[in-house]
Write a protein that binds this ligand. Sequence first.
Ligand code: AMP
Length: 213
Amino acid sequence: MRKYVIIGAVGSGKSTHSELLARDLDIVHISVGDIFRWHVKNHTKLGAQVRRTMAAGELVGDDLAESVVRDRLTQHDWNYGFVVDGFPRSRRQTEFFLESYDIDGVIHLDLPDEEVRRRVLARRLCNGCGMDYNLIADRPTQEGRCDVCGGELVSREDDTEQALAERLREYHERTDPILELFGRKEYVVTIDARPGIEEVQRTLRERLGLPLP
Ligand code: AMP
């Protein structure tokens, strides 16, 4: 059983690297942001509660975030482990997590703010099938159209300059102390997230003592 937490600013590749680990190690990728987005998209009661907060780039309350993680982990579909992405994001969430689950490692993807801005403002998402694109590294063949389903490519509602500045401010204010807290009790591995996906994934595996891709 392997249990990891992945921490990094928006655009640092949390989701990409979590997916690669999940696929190769047969562990479950749990993205708290994706769970919230699913609720917003499907107009659930929870979605209505978090929609505005998310669109403004602010964090939703600790109670809600904790209950989403607790509910997700009680599904017990993670026989070989999990990688949690986007949680914890506050001191309280960290304490809740440390009390509730044993973790094997905390993966910290480190990316300078300038690079975060460059990457995030280039992100696009298909509003039909949800496929991700990036206008720097992963452009669609036809501008503004999804290669897979032909759907329209849009920016995430919270990928604007203003919301991004707010998310970066929140990130540093709240996340830096989390790394310090995990650093005292757990195994934090800080990885330079500037190189390409393959190189970052290889470094990450080496540092965690996992089989190489
Ligand atoms: P993400 O996709 O991880 O950037 O998350 C998108 C948004 O979901 C964040 O800007 C928050 O509004 C909300 N969110 C995700 N995870 C958490 C969390 N652990 N605590 C509070 N809010 C969260």
